[in-house]
Design a binder for this molecule. Structure first.
Ligand code: BES
Ligand code: ZN
Length: 643
């Protein structure tokens, strides 16, 4: 019954959305997205929102950042477009304390907070009573999933506290009560009150200089007039400074990090130029970056106008800056054309890895491209060998699962392989024109796998069923495994290193190999390919020859520590301990703890010694899985309380 009414309202929206006079300062108009959200594969299972009935199109935040209480508190004013007969709107939330929900005139609105679920949080249903704007007064919980408050000791400067957020995938509902679905785009603005002398930055242009608020605080203002999926709303507050790197790009970070960060990011402007040549104009104005404290749980996060970065990408030689190409590429794939639901995450990430590789080629040349492609194919093969069949599918079925269950190398690297294979099939010129058109046609809109299928079928295969079938288009998007027409890339990409692998595996002396002349990709290939069963003597020889324990390159260090754990190599345990207690990037931390914990006689004890010390550094994204592994005696009870 209810479903039918829901669809009927969708039709009302399609045929006649009235433009509303909100009687207030905001100017944004709701965009006509209802036709896309009505598609079967655009229904988001990870949000309680019913956007065809009523949806948020603008959010105005007015928040105080309370470092002592580790909360944000204040109001979210939501502009709403509702179908004519819609009486209520449903929002997402997680552990928020709602103080009131009112109309702009101050009159209270009826609302209820549903029980919700552990995975999705709690729906808030608000009776609209004819209003198109509502004001929610609220406070976030001290253990908000999205927010990490850092003590001064956890920063580089050691004097001031720090706050940053991470919204993707469904974390922002823990500090912003809105419809937290990637298909429901919203413009937004914010006023953020922070204690002196801290600076607040957000994923939006600044809307004027900060203004003093009393003797001890300042208010920073931001306004994003382009509609974004709400997971891209982000904030950082700390003792941070800015240095320009080019006309439209620059870096924020703590003063102690500024020189190193700026040097590492020196190629950014060239990457933007290359990206525009490939994918069309950069539509977001500025492209700034912030290098966060080491607990940032990801390598990077593509928050619009302000990419968030881990400091662990700083190697001193710009060798890990494909990360920047990646986050920048999301300015097209992901931020302009956005996966409508997390089941189509590959449309964000696969397209971005493909684009990243193209940017790397344009800026660093053919060899760097061939090597990046080859490493990406290695990752694809590795993922296919490990994952169950249902998780090998690009358009993954996430029914009843958390979006993070789809966060594997499949959307990233099989996704990129798919696009590279399409490119090989139709030629670069034609494929590049297709991609540009895809971004133009879907700028500021949600996209789905079926939309991509249709665009490829029509624009690259001329609607020819025989061509579509012989390429395996449906198989690529909807089936597990790797179609055999996959474009394998240049087999010579690592010719020299692969010969060295054979040499080493046959007992050769590592000191006689060409390590010193290899670039980072070659070193990663070597450490990823050699036989992993090594004696203490061989490990010691490797470390001596390549200086692995002392490397400043965290990707190399990570592979070295994995080898060490696999062989119970005691001399590496100190370095391992330091690594796990000095940064919280999930990609590094999780596999190392998993490997330790799997070795009950040797590693588990080590993991149990390190984890209680390391955990206070980590963001919830990093510690939530690990807490389930029984590594912390003080927390082992938590396993049974999870439903
Ligand atoms: N958008 C992702 C990070 C992300 C994905 C956060 C899903 C939460 C849920 C970001 O663009 C990313 O892919 N980062 C990678 C970088 C890499 C592939 C170059 C990372 O953090 O390792
Ligand atoms: Zn990405």
């Amino acid at each position: 019954m209810f479903r039918l009414a829901f669809v009927a309202m969708g039709l009302v929206m399609l045929t006649g959305c009235s433009t509303k006079d909100n009687g207030a300062a905001t100017t944004s108009e709701p965009a006509a997205i209802a036709p896309i959200l009505d598609r079967a594969d655009a229904r988001d299972q990870h949000s309680y929102a019913r956007p065809l009935e009523a949806r948020v199109y603008h959010v105005a935040l007015d928040l105080d950042v309370d470092f002592a209480a580790e909360r944000v508190a204040g109001s979210a004013t939501l502009d709403i477009e509702a179908a004519e007969d819609a009486r209520e709107i449903v929002l997402d939330s997680r552990n928020l304390t709602i103080r009131s929900i009112t109309a702009p005139d101050g009159s209270a609105l009826d609302y209820s907070v549903g029980e919700g679920s552990e995975e999705l949080g709690q729906p808030i249903t608000v009776e609209l009573a004819g209003h198109e704007r509502i004001v929610i007064d609220y406070v976030s919980a001290p253990d908000s999933d999205a927010l990490q408050f850092l003590s001064p000791a956890q920063t580089a400067g050691k004097v001031h506290p720090y706050l940053f957020s991470q919204g993707q995938s469904i974390l922002n509902r823990s500090w912003i009560p809105t419809q937290d679905s990637p298909g429901i785009r919203q413009t937004w603005e914010a006023r953020i009150r922070v204690p002196n002398p801290l600076t607040a930055v957000m994923s939006a242009p600044s809307a004027g200089d900060p203004v003093p608020d009393g003797p001890d605080h300042r208010i920073f203002s931001f306004a994003m007039d382009k509609s974004v999926p709400p997971y891209l709303i982000a904030i950082a507050v700390g003792d941070i400074v800015f240095r320009p790197l080019g006309l439209r790009t620059g870096v924020w970070t703590e003063p102690a990090m500024l020189d190193a960060a700026a040097a590492e990011l020196a190629d950014t402007e060239r990457m933007i130029t290359a990206s525009e040549q490939l994918f069309g104009p950069y539509r977001w104005g500025r492209y700034d970056m912030i290098v966060l404290p080491p607990s940032f749980p990801f390598g990077g996060m593509e928050n619009p106008t302000l990419t968030f970065l881990t400091p662990t990408f700083i190697a001193g030689d710009k060798s890990l800056t494909a990360l920047i190409a990646h986050e920048l590429a999301h300015s097209w794939s992901g931020n302009l054309a956005t996966n409508a639901t997390w089941a189509d995450f590959w449309l964000n990430e696969g397209m971005t890895v493909y684009a990243e590789q193209r940017i790397v080629e344009a800026v660093y040349g053919e060899e760097a491209y061939d090597q990046a492609v080859s490493l990406s194919l290695d990752a694809t093969d590795g993922a296919l060998a490990e994952l169950e069949r249902r998780d090998q599918v690009l358009a993954v079925d996430l029914a009843g699962r958390h979006p993070d269950d789809g966060f594997t190398d499949i959307p990233y690297d099989k996704g990129a392989a798919f696009l590279r294979t399409l490119e090989a099939e139709v030629g670069r010129e034609r494929f590049d024109a297709f991609l540009r058109r895809w971004f133009d046609d879907h700028a500021f809109e949600p996209v789905t796998s079926s939309m991509f299928f249709e665009a490829v079928a029509e624009q690259l295969f001329d609607g020819d069923e025989a061509k579509i079938a012989s390429f395996g288009l449906r198989e690529w998007i909807y089936e597990p495994g790797l179609p055999e027409n996959v474009a394998r890339g240049n087999p010579e990409a690592f010719a020299e290193v692969d010969a060295a692998v054979v040499e080493f595996d046959g007992g050769g002396d590592p000191a006689a190999l060409g390590w010193a002349d290899w670039n980072t990709a070659e070193r990663l290939r070597f450490l990823g390919k050699i036989d992993t069963d090594l004696s203490d003597e061989r490990l010691a020889a490797l470390d001596r020859a390549f200086g692995l324990s002392a490397t400043g390159n965290n990707e190399i260090l990570f592979l070295w520590l994995k080898l060490a754990i696999a062989n119970r190599y005691d001399p590496a345990v100190d370095r391992l301990t330091r690594f796990l207690t000095s940064q919280g990037r999930r990609k590094f931390v999780r596999p190392l703890f998993v490997a330790l914990a799997a070795d009950e006689e040797w590693g588990l004890t080590i993991a149990r010694r390190i984890y209680p010390r390391a955990r206070p550094l980590y963001h919830p994204v990093t510690f939530q899985d690990l807490d389930q592994m029984g590594l912390d005696a003080a927390r082992t009870g938590s396993e049974s309380t999870q439903s």
